[in-house]
Write a protein that binds this ligand. Sequence first.
Ligand SMILES: Nc1ncnc2c1ncn2[C@@H]1O[C@H](COP(=O)(O)OP(=O)(O)O)[C@@H](O)[C@H]1O
Ligand SMILES: [Mg+2]
Length: 317
Amino acid sequence: MSKLLTHKIMFIGGKGGVGKSTTASAIAQLLSEGKRKVLLVSTDPAHNIGDIFHVKPKDTPLPVSPFLHLLEIDPQTESKRYIDEVKTNLKGLVKATMVEEVHRQIDLASASPGADESALFDKITTIVLEEFEAYDHIIFDTAPTGHTIRLLSLPELMNVWISGLLDKRKKVQQNYTQLLNDGEPMDDPIFDKLQARKQKFVKVRDILLDQHKTGYGFVLNAERLPILETEKAINMLDKHDIKVSTIFVNKVIPDHADGVFMENRRKNERPYLQQIHTIFQKQEIIKIPLFEHDISTAEHLLKYKETLKSTQTIFNS
Ligand SMILES: Nc1ncnc2c1ncn2[C@@H]1O[C@H](COP(=O)(O)OP(=O)(O)O)[C@@H](O)[C@H]1O
Ligand SMILES: [Mg+2]
């Protein structure tokens, strides 16, 4: 069985349609059957874990069995919630005449690229911190590659950004203190909020970068584009000190598939499989066959899960 499954927190990434949600769901089912308490979280705006389990997950954990809970995060809803929170926090801190202008600025900022991702990351941060004790495993079924990487590099960026803001704030504060308060320090609610936020991000970053606590897996198919994208993604993550441990090669054409068409598909697939072994030398590689049907019922998922359980991991190194 995959070494990815030994981690408390798991992130499953990959291109759209390769089988991220199916793999994340099968892992969640496998672990929960072993009486491990699992929270499966979908952060992909194209949610489909609900479809796999035939339920409608919400933004609070929904039990599908005593040991398995599902949660769906909607980036846009989170973004709105986040902006509303920022506005509420600023209430009483800016002059009444300035409120409208400040809100206009915040609304503009919320429409900028990356705003939804920051809000999403904020939510992931909260889940990791608040649910850490309640579950044995938290599995994130993430959005396609590019998106995930930006998300995972955010703690770094956030840290730099917040540290800069804190420094600035301190300087302003010192100037005011000199001017208004005879040198006595004043309370600064904004400074306190920034400080609290920074501490939260640092705490989560430490968990996400701890190779014993958090594992990263990518799902791909033996085709040109998913291989290219995954290679890029893994290199990018590596720069942020995030090590991807596992590659799931999904929809591999099984040996028993016969006919000229399948034989040709297999011929097409062979060099890609070789390429996967050459490129992903540092990862364990797990192959999952293409089934005769999609994975749309509990029975299918069971079959997928059994394959995952029995699959021989091929260690490159
Ligand atoms: N090994 C497999 N054999 C057959 N169909 C599969 C297999 N893995 C996934 N599928 C199907 O492929 C489609 C995409 O899978 P999904 O897990 O939703 O991808 P993603 O979450 O990466 O977008 C789904 O219809 C799923 O049922
Ligand atoms: Mg999906």
